[in-house]
Every structure is written in structure tokens, then in C-alpha cells.
Design a protein. Structure first.
Length: 264
């Protein structure tokens, strides 16, 4: 069973420690939301998990120390959709999505029938088939976000890590994006998504990890974690929280931040 495990993970950038002693084991079949205010360390955490940032502590993928896996092995096991990726080359959307197959190709091999099928599946799932011949640098922000999601889906890796996959998406595409991530998890994958929309996180995630000031301050099912007290302490907001297992959260006002200590 696919899993990603972090033990006492820490990241220091310049003189600042931006991830502090995070430990968590994430398992297949779950959609895990990484939440927390701006600057809390969410992107740094996922980048450290992937080995894209120097860090302290240990990470294992499927029980194997990540440091002992080659870049290719990691790229085949974990698809990564970075935050706010810019596109510099005027390639077609179809060719951009096809780049998702690179981890599966040898140095001299070309896209084959299986790769072609994976690209078509990914484009259909992210609903970007109609954009196939468009130039990627000429897309709107939301179109670009869906194309980049399609590229990550085209990897067909057992783990998908998506950093703010809903940014720039209209409400219908936000819901569609979450449905897609949910379906990946329901099909047995592990999906880790950095999210800012608390209601969508509560509705779709099985588990949420809440970061504040670099530390993991809460971890559990959304209904247990996303309480008015936590929202006040971590985000500095009052909110109405209604409903049961899949609460609806409506931010109302700002309140002074009180902070929350990591669980002992
Ligand atoms: N190169 C760097 N040197 C020093 N500090 C950095 C560097 N890069 C990022 N940081 C700081 O690290 C902290 C965590 O950044 P990170 O991007 O992980 O936060 P985040 O929770 O993903 O935020 P957001 O929701 O705004 O995307 C921030 O305070 C940021 O300013």
C-alpha cells in the first residue's frame, strides 16, 4: 500500500526555520488537505517531502527512505503539481500534458500507445481536450491551472501532490477539481493537496493537516479539526461552522491571532 511518511521534518530557509518537526504518515486511498494561513510552511513542507528542499528529519515513500530512491523512481511514484507555475515556452497544450509521461520514458524512447492513452485520459479528466491545440502560454489563469493538473494526472503515479490546485479556478471548476482529486483517492491513490478553501477541504478531504508558523498544529478528520476555536487561533477569523461530518464553513470576521501550540 502506498504511503508517504515524514519524521521530525524541518526546513530552514536563510535564517528562518519555516517547517518545524513535522511528523505524519499519509496512506493510500485518502485525500489529505494541507491547510494553514499564508506563510505557514505548507509549500515548504510538500517540497521537502519530495526532496526539492534541503531538510532535517526523514522521509520515506512506501517504507523506503526517499534519499535512496533515484529522481526517476520518485517521479514515477509521486506526481507533483507546483504552486503557481509559470510557463515560458509556447508549446501546445497537448505537448505540455505529454511532458507528464517523461518519468516513464527512457532517454531514447518515444511516446507509445500506453503513454498516448494516459495523456488522453488525463486531458479528458481535467476537461482540457478542447484546448489541445492551443498554445499553453496564451491560456487564461484557470485554463492553465487545469492543463497543469492534466500534466500531473498524466504521470498516473500512485501519489499526487498538488499545491493550490484550485487557484484561479471558477466555482464549478473548483468543485470539479476537488471531485477529480477525490476520485483519485477513491481509486486507491494518495492525494495530498495544499488548499485555502476551507469548505471545499471539509467537504472533500478525509484528513486535514493544519500548519501554523511552520508547525503541524492539528491533524485529523475535517469535522474534528476545523472548529471555530481552531479557525480563530490559526487563521485569526471567526466563522460559522454548520453541518456534521462535512461542515460548511463561512468566514465572518477577523479577530486577533492567538496561535496554537503543536500537540504534545
Ligand atoms: N528563500 C527563502 N528564504 C527565506 N524565507 C523563505 C524563502 N522562501 C520562502 N520563505 C518563507 O518561508 C515561509 C513559508 O513559506 P511557504 O511558501 O512554505 O508558505 P505557505 O504556507 O505555502 O504560504 P502560502 O499560503 O502563502 O502559499 C514564509 O514565511 C516565506 O516567506
Amino acid at each position: 500500500m502506498v504511503s508517504v511518511s515524514a519524521s521530525d521534518l524541518s526546513v530552514t530557509l536563510g535564517r528562518r526555520t519555516v517547517v518545524r518537526g513535522v511528523s505524519a504518515t499519509l496512506k493510500a486511498g485518502a485525500l489529505v488537505g494541507i491547510l494553514g494561513p499564508n506563510g505557514a510552511g505548507k509549500s515548504s513542507l510538500v517540497r521537502a517531502l519530495l526532496g526539492l528542499l534541503p531538510h532535517g528529519g526523514a522521509v520515506s515513500i512506501d517504507g523506503v527512505p526517499r534519499a535512496s530512491l533515484s529522481r526517476g523512481e520518485i517521479a514515477r511514484r509521486v506526481a507533483y503539481l507546483p504552486q503557481g507555475q509559470l510557463l515560458h515556452w509556447p508549446v501546445s497544450v497537448e505537448r505540455l500534458v505529454a511532458l507528464g509521461r517523461l518519468p516513464h520514458l527512457g532517454p531514447f524512447s518515444r511516446i507509445g500507445a500506453a503513454d498516448r492513452a494516459a495523456i488522453d485520459r488525463a486531458m479528458a479528466r481535467a476537461e482540457v481536450g478542447a484546448l489541445a491545440d492551443r498554445v499553453a502560454t496564451e491560456l487564461s489563469g484557470g485554463e492553465r491551472a487545469r492543463v497543469l493538473l492534466a500534466r500531473a494526472l498524466a504521470v498516473e503515479a500512485p501519489v499526487l501532490v498538488a499545491d493550490e490546485p484550485l487557484a484561479s479556478l471558477d466555482p464549478a471548476h473548483q468543485i470539479e477539481g476537488m471531485e477529480l482529486l477525490r476520485a483519485e483517492a477513491d481509486a486507491g491513490g494518495l492525494v495530498v493537496a495544499v488548499l485555502h478553501d476551507l469548505t471545499l477541504a471539509a467537504r472533500f478531504c478525509d484528513r486535514v493537516l493544519v500548519m501554523a508558523d511552520g508547525a503541524l498544529v492539528a491533524d485529523g478528520p475535517p469535522a474534528a479539526v476545523l472548529t471555530p476555536a481552531l479557525l480563530a487561533e490559526v487563521y485569526g477569523i471567526t466563522a460559522t461552522v454548520t453541518g456534521g461530518e462535512r461542515p460548511l464553513l463561512v468566514p465572518l470576521d477577523r479577530v486577533p491571532l492567538t496561535g496554537r501550540s503543536p500537540p504534545a
